[in-house]
Design a protein around this ligand. Structure first.
Ligand SMILES: *[C@@H]1O[C@H](CO)[C@@H](O)[C@H](O)[C@H]1NC(C)=O
Length: 523
Protein backbone atom coordinates (compact mmCIF):
# COMPACT_ATOMS: atom_id res chain seq x y z
CA UNK A 1 0.00 0.00 0.00
CA UNK A 2 2.72 2.44 1.02
CA UNK A 3 4.64 1.69 -2.14
CA UNK A 4 1.63 2.32 -4.32
CA UNK A 5 0.90 5.64 -2.66
CA UNK A 6 4.54 6.56 -2.91
CA UNK A 7 4.70 5.52 -6.57
CA UNK A 8 1.56 7.51 -7.28
CA UNK A 9 3.04 10.62 -5.65
CA UNK A 10 6.22 10.31 -7.66
CA UNK A 11 4.14 9.92 -10.81
CA UNK A 12 1.97 12.87 -9.85
CA UNK A 13 4.89 15.10 -9.08
CA UNK A 14 6.46 14.03 -12.35
CA UNK A 15 3.34 15.09 -14.21
CA UNK A 16 3.72 18.54 -12.68
CA UNK A 17 7.42 18.61 -13.37
CA UNK A 18 8.63 21.97 -14.59
CA UNK A 19 11.66 23.07 -16.55
CA UNK A 20 13.66 25.26 -14.22
CA UNK A 21 16.69 27.41 -14.96
CA UNK A 22 18.75 28.22 -11.86
CA UNK A 23 21.56 30.78 -12.04
CA UNK A 24 24.24 30.68 -9.33
CA UNK A 25 27.03 32.53 -11.04
CA UNK A 26 28.68 34.41 -8.20
CA UNK A 27 32.01 33.02 -7.02
CA UNK A 28 31.30 33.06 -3.29
CA UNK A 29 31.60 29.55 -1.91
CA UNK A 30 29.52 30.20 1.19
CA UNK A 31 26.78 31.67 -0.99
CA UNK A 32 26.85 28.49 -3.03
CA UNK A 33 26.53 26.38 0.13
CA UNK A 34 23.35 28.25 0.96
CA UNK A 35 21.91 28.24 -2.57
CA UNK A 36 22.59 24.73 -3.83
CA UNK A 37 20.08 22.83 -1.63
CA UNK A 38 17.25 24.69 -3.36
CA UNK A 39 18.26 23.45 -6.83
CA UNK A 40 18.96 19.94 -5.64
CA UNK A 41 15.65 19.74 -3.78
CA UNK A 42 13.75 20.94 -6.86
CA UNK A 43 15.41 18.14 -8.82
CA UNK A 44 14.65 15.63 -6.09
CA UNK A 45 10.99 16.57 -6.39
CA UNK A 46 10.99 15.67 -10.05
CA UNK A 47 11.62 18.99 -11.76
CA UNK A 48 14.04 19.23 -14.67
CA UNK A 49 16.62 21.63 -13.25
CA UNK A 50 19.38 23.30 -15.25
CA UNK A 51 21.99 25.21 -13.27
CA UNK A 52 24.48 27.71 -14.63
CA UNK A 53 27.18 27.90 -12.01
CA UNK A 54 30.87 28.20 -11.28
CA UNK A 55 30.82 25.30 -8.79
CA UNK A 56 30.30 21.70 -9.87
CA UNK A 57 28.16 19.19 -7.97
CA UNK A 58 29.70 15.76 -8.18
CA UNK A 59 26.84 13.37 -7.57
CA UNK A 60 23.61 15.14 -8.52
CA UNK A 61 20.29 13.49 -9.49
CA UNK A 62 20.02 12.68 -13.24
CA UNK A 63 17.50 15.47 -13.84
CA UNK A 64 19.94 18.08 -12.47
CA UNK A 65 21.89 19.45 -15.43
CA UNK A 66 24.95 21.62 -14.89
CA UNK A 67 26.43 24.25 -17.14
CA UNK A 68 29.71 24.85 -15.34
CA UNK A 69 31.75 27.95 -16.11
CA UNK A 70 35.38 27.02 -15.73
CA UNK A 71 37.32 29.75 -17.46
CA UNK A 72 39.74 30.02 -14.56
CA UNK A 73 37.21 32.39 -13.17
CA UNK A 74 38.75 32.40 -9.71
CA UNK A 75 42.11 33.53 -11.03
CA UNK A 76 40.50 36.14 -13.21
CA UNK A 77 38.53 37.53 -10.28
CA UNK A 78 40.87 36.85 -7.38
CA UNK A 79 43.99 38.38 -8.88
CA UNK A 80 42.85 41.94 -8.37
CA UNK A 81 41.91 41.60 -4.74
CA UNK A 82 44.16 42.75 -1.93
CA UNK A 83 44.24 40.86 1.35
CA UNK A 84 40.96 41.39 3.16
CA UNK A 85 42.78 42.26 6.36
CA UNK A 86 44.40 45.32 4.79
CA UNK A 87 41.08 46.67 3.54
CA UNK A 88 39.25 46.37 6.83
CA UNK A 89 38.90 50.16 7.17
CA UNK A 90 37.21 50.82 3.83
CA UNK A 91 33.79 52.46 3.99
CA UNK A 92 30.83 50.79 2.32
CA UNK A 93 31.04 53.32 -0.54
CA UNK A 94 34.77 52.73 -1.07
CA UNK A 95 34.21 48.99 -1.13
CA UNK A 96 31.54 49.36 -3.80
CA UNK A 97 33.71 51.71 -5.86
CA UNK A 98 36.81 49.55 -5.64
CA UNK A 99 35.46 46.02 -5.81
CA UNK A 100 31.76 45.39 -6.10
CA UNK A 101 30.53 47.37 -9.10
CA UNK A 102 33.44 46.48 -11.35
CA UNK A 103 33.75 42.99 -9.88
CA UNK A 104 30.16 42.25 -10.85
CA UNK A 105 30.64 43.57 -14.38
CA UNK A 106 33.88 41.64 -14.91
CA UNK A 107 32.44 38.43 -13.50
CA UNK A 108 29.32 38.49 -15.64
CA UNK A 109 31.26 39.23 -18.79
CA UNK A 110 33.45 36.19 -18.13
CA UNK A 111 30.40 34.04 -17.45
CA UNK A 112 28.47 35.17 -20.53
CA UNK A 113 31.55 34.91 -22.72
CA UNK A 114 32.46 31.40 -21.58
CA UNK A 115 32.20 28.58 -24.11
CA UNK A 116 29.83 26.58 -21.94
CA UNK A 117 27.35 29.39 -21.43
CA UNK A 118 27.53 30.56 -25.05
CA UNK A 119 26.78 27.07 -26.22
CA UNK A 120 23.86 26.82 -23.84
CA UNK A 121 22.42 30.18 -24.87
CA UNK A 122 22.55 29.33 -28.57
CA UNK A 123 20.65 26.04 -28.12
CA UNK A 124 16.88 25.85 -28.03
CA UNK A 125 15.44 25.71 -24.51
CA UNK A 126 12.15 26.22 -22.73
CA UNK A 127 11.83 27.18 -19.10
CA UNK A 128 8.82 27.66 -16.85
CA UNK A 129 10.72 29.78 -14.37
CA UNK A 130 14.13 31.44 -14.12
CA UNK A 131 15.64 31.56 -10.62
CA UNK A 132 18.74 33.65 -9.97
CA UNK A 133 20.93 34.52 -7.09
CA UNK A 134 20.78 38.27 -6.47
CA UNK A 135 24.31 39.51 -6.01
CA UNK A 136 26.03 41.63 -8.65
CA UNK A 137 25.02 39.43 -11.59
CA UNK A 138 21.97 41.31 -12.87
CA UNK A 139 22.66 40.74 -16.59
CA UNK A 140 21.69 37.11 -16.06
CA UNK A 141 18.09 38.20 -15.32
CA UNK A 142 17.64 38.91 -19.04
CA UNK A 143 17.22 35.15 -19.42
CA UNK A 144 13.76 35.50 -17.86
CA UNK A 145 12.88 37.69 -20.85
CA UNK A 146 14.63 35.37 -23.31
CA UNK A 147 12.62 32.36 -22.16
CA UNK A 148 9.50 34.39 -21.42
CA UNK A 149 9.41 32.99 -17.89
CA UNK A 150 8.72 34.52 -14.48
CA UNK A 151 11.81 35.63 -12.53
CA UNK A 152 12.57 34.52 -8.98
CA UNK A 153 15.47 36.13 -7.09
CA UNK A 154 17.24 34.79 -4.01
CA UNK A 155 19.54 36.78 -1.75
CA UNK A 156 22.24 35.10 0.24
CA UNK A 157 22.42 38.02 2.67
CA UNK A 158 18.91 39.08 3.69
CA UNK A 159 16.93 42.19 2.95
CA UNK A 160 18.06 44.46 0.13
CA UNK A 161 17.46 48.20 -0.09
CA UNK A 162 17.73 48.40 -3.89
CA UNK A 163 15.06 45.77 -4.23
CA UNK A 164 12.82 47.38 -1.70
CA UNK A 165 12.90 50.42 -3.96
CA UNK A 166 12.48 48.51 -7.23
CA UNK A 167 9.62 46.28 -6.03
CA UNK A 168 8.15 49.12 -3.97
CA UNK A 169 8.37 47.32 -0.69
CA UNK A 170 8.32 49.84 2.18
CA UNK A 171 11.86 51.08 2.82
CA UNK A 172 11.86 51.24 6.64
CA UNK A 173 15.13 53.17 6.76
CA UNK A 174 14.75 53.88 10.47
CA UNK A 175 14.84 50.25 11.51
CA UNK A 176 16.39 48.29 8.65
CA UNK A 177 20.09 48.94 8.13
CA UNK A 178 21.50 48.78 4.61
CA UNK A 179 23.09 45.36 4.24
CA UNK A 180 26.71 46.41 3.75
CA UNK A 181 26.80 49.44 5.99
CA UNK A 182 28.71 49.51 9.26
CA UNK A 183 26.97 51.76 11.78
CA UNK A 184 27.60 51.37 15.46
CA UNK A 185 24.32 52.89 16.58
CA UNK A 186 21.84 52.25 13.78
CA UNK A 187 18.85 53.92 15.45
CA UNK A 188 20.57 57.17 16.47
CA UNK A 189 20.08 60.31 14.38
CA UNK A 190 23.50 59.90 12.77
CA UNK A 191 22.92 56.21 12.22
CA UNK A 192 19.74 56.94 10.33
CA UNK A 193 21.35 59.80 8.44
CA UNK A 194 24.20 57.50 7.41
CA UNK A 195 21.74 54.82 6.31
CA UNK A 196 19.80 57.33 4.22
CA UNK A 197 22.96 58.68 2.60
CA UNK A 198 24.30 55.24 1.72
CA UNK A 199 20.96 54.06 0.37
CA UNK A 200 20.78 57.07 -1.97
CA UNK A 201 24.43 56.61 -3.02
CA UNK A 202 23.95 52.91 -3.72
CA UNK A 203 20.67 53.31 -5.54
CA UNK A 204 21.88 56.10 -7.81
CA UNK A 205 25.11 54.34 -8.78
CA UNK A 206 23.38 51.03 -9.17
CA UNK A 207 20.51 52.22 -11.31
CA UNK A 208 22.08 54.94 -13.41
CA UNK A 209 25.65 53.70 -13.87
CA UNK A 210 26.10 50.04 -13.07
CA UNK A 211 22.79 48.65 -14.36
CA UNK A 212 23.21 50.48 -17.65
CA UNK A 213 26.52 48.72 -18.15
CA UNK A 214 24.88 45.43 -17.23
CA UNK A 215 22.11 46.17 -19.76
CA UNK A 216 24.76 46.50 -22.46
CA UNK A 217 26.40 43.20 -21.48
CA UNK A 218 23.06 41.42 -21.59
CA UNK A 219 22.29 42.70 -25.08
CA UNK A 220 25.77 42.03 -26.33
CA UNK A 221 26.10 38.44 -25.18
CA UNK A 222 22.61 36.97 -25.01
CA UNK A 223 21.32 35.99 -28.46
CA UNK A 224 17.74 36.00 -29.78
CA UNK A 225 16.19 38.55 -27.45
CA UNK A 226 12.70 39.47 -28.52
CA UNK A 227 12.17 43.22 -28.99
CA UNK A 228 11.32 45.30 -27.10
CA UNK A 229 13.98 44.17 -24.64
CA UNK A 230 13.12 45.37 -21.13
CA UNK A 231 15.79 47.04 -19.02
CA UNK A 232 17.22 45.01 -16.17
CA UNK A 233 15.64 47.52 -13.83
CA UNK A 234 12.19 46.81 -15.30
CA UNK A 235 12.81 43.08 -14.96
CA UNK A 236 13.56 43.59 -11.29
CA UNK A 237 10.49 45.75 -10.75
CA UNK A 238 8.54 42.83 -12.14
CA UNK A 239 10.23 40.09 -10.17
CA UNK A 240 7.64 37.45 -9.26
CA UNK A 241 9.19 36.23 -6.06
CA UNK A 242 12.00 37.37 -3.88
CA UNK A 243 13.39 34.82 -1.42
CA UNK A 244 15.62 36.39 1.19
CA UNK A 245 18.09 34.83 3.54
CA UNK A 246 16.85 36.24 6.83
CA UNK A 247 14.30 35.40 9.48
CA UNK A 248 12.51 37.63 11.97
CA UNK A 249 13.45 35.35 14.84
CA UNK A 250 17.02 36.65 14.54
CA UNK A 251 16.81 39.63 12.13
CA UNK A 252 14.90 42.91 12.60
CA UNK A 253 11.17 42.38 12.02
CA UNK A 254 10.31 44.00 8.70
CA UNK A 255 7.14 44.53 6.66
CA UNK A 256 7.22 42.55 3.42
CA UNK A 257 4.97 42.29 0.37
CA UNK A 258 3.47 38.82 -0.13
CA UNK A 259 6.00 38.03 -2.86
CA UNK A 260 8.96 38.62 -0.56
CA UNK A 261 9.50 35.55 1.59
CA UNK A 262 12.07 34.92 4.33
CA UNK A 263 13.92 31.61 4.02
CA UNK A 264 16.79 32.21 6.46
CA UNK A 265 18.44 28.91 7.39
CA UNK A 266 17.43 27.23 4.12
CA UNK A 267 20.64 25.19 3.97
CA UNK A 268 20.25 23.84 7.50
CA UNK A 269 18.40 20.70 8.49
CA UNK A 270 18.30 18.31 11.44
CA UNK A 271 19.97 15.64 9.29
CA UNK A 272 23.63 16.35 9.92
CA UNK A 273 26.17 14.47 7.79
CA UNK A 274 28.80 12.40 9.59
CA UNK A 275 32.08 14.06 10.47
CA UNK A 276 35.25 12.50 9.06
CA UNK A 277 36.41 9.82 11.55
CA UNK A 278 39.53 11.62 12.79
CA UNK A 279 37.69 14.84 13.37
CA UNK A 280 34.86 13.06 15.15
CA UNK A 281 37.36 11.42 17.47
CA UNK A 282 39.19 14.66 18.12
CA UNK A 283 35.99 16.49 19.05
CA UNK A 284 34.65 13.57 21.11
CA UNK A 285 37.91 13.33 23.06
CA UNK A 286 38.11 17.06 23.81
CA UNK A 287 36.24 16.79 27.10
CA UNK A 288 37.15 20.33 28.19
CA UNK A 289 35.51 21.71 25.10
CA UNK A 290 36.51 23.04 21.71
CA UNK A 291 36.97 26.48 20.20
CA UNK A 292 36.27 26.54 16.48
CA UNK A 293 37.91 29.38 14.59
CA UNK A 294 37.61 30.41 10.95
CA UNK A 295 37.43 33.56 8.88
CA UNK A 296 35.29 31.83 6.29
CA UNK A 297 35.89 30.62 2.77
CA UNK A 298 36.93 34.01 1.41
CA UNK A 299 39.25 35.41 4.06
CA UNK A 300 42.38 33.40 4.80
CA UNK A 301 43.36 33.43 8.44
CA UNK A 302 46.89 32.45 7.43
CA UNK A 303 47.17 36.04 6.12
CA UNK A 304 46.58 37.49 9.59
CA UNK A 305 49.24 40.05 10.54
CA UNK A 306 51.94 38.54 12.78
CA UNK A 307 51.00 40.40 15.97
CA UNK A 308 47.38 39.33 15.73
CA UNK A 309 48.32 35.75 14.94
CA UNK A 310 50.63 35.64 17.96
CA UNK A 311 47.94 37.08 20.18
CA UNK A 312 45.66 34.19 19.27
CA UNK A 313 48.42 31.61 19.75
CA UNK A 314 49.54 32.96 23.12
CA UNK A 315 46.00 32.97 24.45
CA UNK A 316 45.19 29.52 23.09
CA UNK A 317 48.38 28.14 24.65
CA UNK A 318 47.05 28.89 28.13
CA UNK A 319 43.75 27.04 27.60
CA UNK A 320 42.80 23.47 28.38
CA UNK A 321 40.36 23.46 25.49
CA UNK A 322 41.14 22.19 22.01
CA UNK A 323 41.24 24.81 19.27
CA UNK A 324 40.24 23.76 15.76
CA UNK A 325 41.44 26.43 13.38
CA UNK A 326 40.82 26.73 9.65
CA UNK A 327 44.34 27.55 8.54
CA UNK A 328 45.25 27.55 4.86
CA UNK A 329 49.04 27.02 5.08
CA UNK A 330 51.14 23.93 5.72
CA UNK A 331 52.84 25.31 8.80
CA UNK A 332 52.20 27.53 11.73
CA UNK A 333 55.23 28.49 13.76
CA UNK A 334 55.02 28.15 17.55
CA UNK A 335 51.80 26.20 17.29
CA UNK A 336 50.67 25.02 20.75
CA UNK A 337 49.76 21.33 21.05
CA UNK A 338 46.10 22.00 21.73
CA UNK A 339 45.69 23.83 18.40
CA UNK A 340 44.65 21.64 15.47
CA UNK A 341 44.90 23.06 11.95
CA UNK A 342 42.79 22.10 8.96
CA UNK A 343 42.71 23.71 5.53
CA UNK A 344 39.05 22.98 5.22
CA UNK A 345 36.36 21.86 7.66
CA UNK A 346 32.75 20.72 7.33
CA UNK A 347 31.64 23.74 9.30
CA UNK A 348 28.00 22.94 9.90
CA UNK A 349 28.89 19.45 11.18
CA UNK A 350 31.64 20.84 13.41
CA UNK A 351 29.33 23.46 14.93
CA UNK A 352 26.75 20.74 15.56
CA UNK A 353 29.14 18.89 17.87
CA UNK A 354 28.13 19.24 21.54
CA UNK A 355 31.71 19.94 22.69
CA UNK A 356 31.98 23.19 20.72
CA UNK A 357 32.02 26.01 23.27
CA UNK A 358 32.79 29.11 21.20
CA UNK A 359 32.87 29.99 17.53
CA UNK A 360 35.49 32.60 16.61
CA UNK A 361 34.20 33.94 13.32
CA UNK A 362 34.38 36.85 10.89
CA UNK A 363 30.59 37.05 11.04
CA UNK A 364 29.69 35.81 7.55
CA UNK A 365 25.95 35.23 7.48
CA UNK A 366 26.07 31.54 6.61
CA UNK A 367 28.40 30.73 9.52
CA UNK A 368 26.41 32.93 11.91
CA UNK A 369 23.21 31.12 10.92
CA UNK A 370 24.91 27.78 11.50
CA UNK A 371 26.03 28.91 14.95
CA UNK A 372 22.51 30.13 15.72
CA UNK A 373 21.04 26.84 14.55
CA UNK A 374 23.33 24.82 16.80
CA UNK A 375 23.23 27.25 19.73
CA UNK A 376 26.92 28.21 19.79
CA UNK A 377 28.07 31.58 21.23
CA UNK A 378 30.25 33.70 18.94
CA UNK A 379 33.29 35.95 19.21
CA UNK A 380 33.05 37.95 16.02
CA UNK A 381 35.82 39.83 14.21
CA UNK A 382 34.00 41.61 11.37
CA UNK A 383 36.13 42.32 8.29
CA UNK A 384 33.77 43.64 5.60
CA UNK A 385 30.30 43.68 4.09
CA UNK A 386 27.35 42.56 6.15
CA UNK A 387 29.55 40.89 8.79
CA UNK A 388 29.35 43.70 11.31
CA UNK A 389 25.56 43.87 11.08
CA UNK A 390 25.19 40.10 11.43
CA UNK A 391 27.33 40.18 14.55
CA UNK A 392 25.70 43.30 15.98
CA UNK A 393 22.32 41.56 15.94
CA UNK A 394 23.82 38.60 17.76
CA UNK A 395 25.57 40.87 20.24
CA UNK A 396 22.29 42.63 20.98
CA UNK A 397 20.68 39.22 21.50
CA UNK A 398 23.40 38.41 24.03
CA UNK A 399 24.99 35.48 22.20
CA UNK A 400 27.99 37.18 20.63
CA UNK A 401 30.73 39.68 21.38
CA UNK A 402 32.24 41.84 18.68
CA UNK A 403 36.00 42.20 18.71
CA UNK A 404 37.11 44.82 16.19
CA UNK A 405 40.08 43.74 14.08
CA UNK A 406 42.30 46.58 15.35
CA UNK A 407 41.50 45.68 18.95
CA UNK A 408 42.80 42.11 18.70
CA UNK A 409 45.51 41.57 21.32
CA UNK A 410 46.23 39.07 24.04
CA UNK A 411 44.38 40.95 26.70
CA UNK A 412 41.19 41.64 24.75
CA UNK A 413 41.07 38.05 23.52
CA UNK A 414 41.62 36.58 26.92
CA UNK A 415 38.97 38.77 28.52
CA UNK A 416 36.38 37.91 25.91
CA UNK A 417 37.11 34.21 25.88
CA UNK A 418 36.96 34.01 29.66
CA UNK A 419 33.70 35.89 29.72
CA UNK A 420 31.99 33.63 27.19
CA UNK A 421 33.45 30.40 28.55
CA UNK A 422 32.68 31.14 32.21
CA UNK A 423 29.33 32.90 31.96
CA UNK A 424 26.74 30.23 31.09
CA UNK A 425 24.15 32.83 30.15
CA UNK A 426 25.74 33.10 26.69
CA UNK A 427 25.17 29.42 26.03
CA UNK A 428 21.67 29.57 27.48
CA UNK A 429 20.66 32.49 25.30
CA UNK A 430 22.23 30.79 22.27
CA UNK A 431 20.07 27.73 22.93
CA UNK A 432 16.99 29.91 23.27
CA UNK A 433 17.68 31.63 19.96
CA UNK A 434 18.36 28.31 18.30
CA UNK A 435 14.95 27.10 19.40
CA UNK A 436 13.10 30.13 18.08
CA UNK A 437 15.05 30.10 14.79
CA UNK A 438 13.72 26.59 14.16
CA UNK A 439 10.16 27.27 15.35
CA UNK A 440 8.26 27.77 12.08
CA UNK A 441 5.10 26.48 10.39
CA UNK A 442 7.21 25.03 7.56
CA UNK A 443 10.96 24.54 7.39
CA UNK A 444 12.77 27.08 5.20
CA UNK A 445 13.67 24.66 2.39
CA UNK A 446 10.06 23.50 2.04
CA UNK A 447 9.01 27.15 2.20
CA UNK A 448 11.35 28.08 -0.65
CA UNK A 449 10.18 25.15 -2.80
CA UNK A 450 6.53 25.82 -2.02
CA UNK A 451 6.73 29.41 -3.22
CA UNK A 452 8.78 28.59 -6.31
CA UNK A 453 6.22 25.96 -7.31
CA UNK A 454 3.46 28.44 -6.50
CA UNK A 455 4.98 30.91 -8.98
CA UNK A 456 5.16 28.16 -11.61
CA UNK A 457 1.54 27.05 -10.98
CA UNK A 458 0.26 30.58 -11.10
CA UNK A 459 2.31 31.72 -14.09
CA UNK A 460 4.25 34.40 -12.27
CA UNK A 461 1.49 35.28 -9.77
CA UNK A 462 1.32 38.89 -10.91
CA UNK A 463 -1.43 39.60 -8.41
CA UNK A 464 1.11 39.45 -5.56
CA UNK A 465 3.03 42.48 -6.78
CA UNK A 466 2.58 45.87 -5.21
CA UNK A 467 -0.14 47.81 -7.09
CA UNK A 468 2.05 50.81 -6.34
CA UNK A 469 4.19 49.74 -9.30
CA UNK A 470 1.56 51.25 -11.59
CA UNK A 471 1.79 54.65 -9.92
CA UNK A 472 4.39 57.32 -10.60
CA UNK A 473 7.07 57.77 -7.97
CA UNK A 474 5.39 60.98 -6.86
CA UNK A 475 1.95 59.40 -6.52
CA UNK A 476 3.28 56.27 -4.82
CA UNK A 477 5.03 58.35 -2.20
CA UNK A 478 1.90 60.53 -1.79
CA UNK A 479 4.01 63.62 -2.54
CA UNK A 480 1.21 65.19 -4.60
CA UNK A 481 -1.22 64.82 -1.72
CA UNK A 482 1.26 66.17 0.82
CA UNK A 483 2.04 69.05 -1.56
CA UNK A 484 -1.68 69.78 -1.81
CA UNK A 485 -1.97 70.10 1.95
CA UNK A 486 1.14 72.22 2.22
CA UNK A 487 -0.31 74.54 -0.43
CA UNK A 488 -3.60 74.59 1.43
CA UNK A 489 -1.79 75.50 4.62
CA UNK A 490 0.19 78.25 2.88
CA UNK A 491 -3.00 79.60 1.36
CA UNK A 492 -4.64 79.58 4.76
CA UNK A 493 -1.74 81.42 6.35
CA UNK A 494 -1.78 83.95 3.52
CA UNK A 495 -5.51 84.58 3.82
CA UNK A 496 -5.31 84.72 7.60
CA UNK A 497 -2.59 87.36 7.36
CA UNK A 498 -4.60 89.33 4.84
CA UNK A 499 -7.68 89.28 7.04
CA UNK A 500 -5.61 90.14 10.08
CA UNK A 501 -4.05 93.19 8.47
CA UNK A 502 -7.43 94.25 7.08
CA UNK A 503 -8.95 94.08 10.54
CA UNK A 504 -5.94 95.88 11.99
CA UNK A 505 -6.12 98.74 9.56
CA UNK A 506 -9.87 98.98 10.13
CA UNK A 507 -9.30 99.37 13.87
CA UNK A 508 -6.47 101.85 13.46
CA UNK A 509 -8.49 103.90 10.99
CA UNK A 510 -11.38 103.98 13.43
CA UNK A 511 -9.08 105.14 16.21
CA UNK A 512 -7.55 107.82 14.09
CA UNK A 513 -11.00 109.08 13.29
CA UNK A 514 -11.99 108.93 16.97
CA UNK A 515 -8.84 110.68 18.10
CA UNK A 516 -9.29 113.31 15.49
CA UNK A 517 -12.90 113.76 16.52
CA UNK A 518 -11.89 113.87 20.21
CA UNK A 519 -9.15 116.36 19.57
CA UNK A 520 -11.51 118.52 17.64
CA UNK A 521 -13.97 118.50 20.57
CA UNK A 522 -11.18 119.43 23.02
CA UNK A 523 -10.22 122.35 20.96
C1 LIG B 1 15.74 19.18 -19.25
O1 LIG B 1 16.57 20.31 -19.45
C2 LIG B 1 17.57 20.14 -20.44
C3 LIG B 1 18.37 21.42 -20.52
O2 LIG B 1 19.33 21.46 -19.56
C4 LIG B 1 16.95 19.80 -21.78
O3 LIG B 1 17.96 19.56 -22.72
C5 LIG B 1 16.05 18.59 -21.65
O4 LIG B 1 15.38 18.38 -22.86
C6 LIG B 1 15.03 18.81 -20.55
N1 LIG B 1 14.25 17.60 -20.34
C7 LIG B 1 12.91 17.60 -20.34
C8 LIG B 1 12.25 16.28 -20.08
O5 LIG B 1 12.24 18.59 -20.57
Amino acid sequence: MFREVFGFCVLLSFCNAANILYLITYIGKSQYIMLKPIGLELARRGHNVTVITVFKEHDPPPNYHQVVVDENIFDAMGGKRPSHFTSVDLSAEERHNRFLWNGGLTLIEIVLNSTQVKQFLHADHNFDVVISEQFFQEAMYILAHKYNAPLVLITSYGNCMRHNIATRNPLQLATVMSEFLVVEQPKSFFGRLRNFYFTVYEYVWWRFWYLEKMDKLAREYVPDLKEPVPSLYQLQENVSLFLINSHFSVDPPTAYLPNIVEIGGVHLSPNISRLPKDLQKLLDDSKDGVIYMTFGSNIQSSKLPMDKRNAFLNVFRKLKLTVVWKWEDEHLENKPDNVVLRKWLPQNEVLAHPNIKVFISHGGLIGVQEAIYHGVPIIGVPIYGDQYNNLLQMQEAGVAKILQFHDINEQSLETLLNEILKDVSYKNRAKKISRRFKDRPMNPLDTAIYWIEYIIRNKGANYMKNPGLELSWIAYNMLDVYAFFVLLLLLFIYLFNKILSAVKSLITNKRVVEIRNGKMKDN
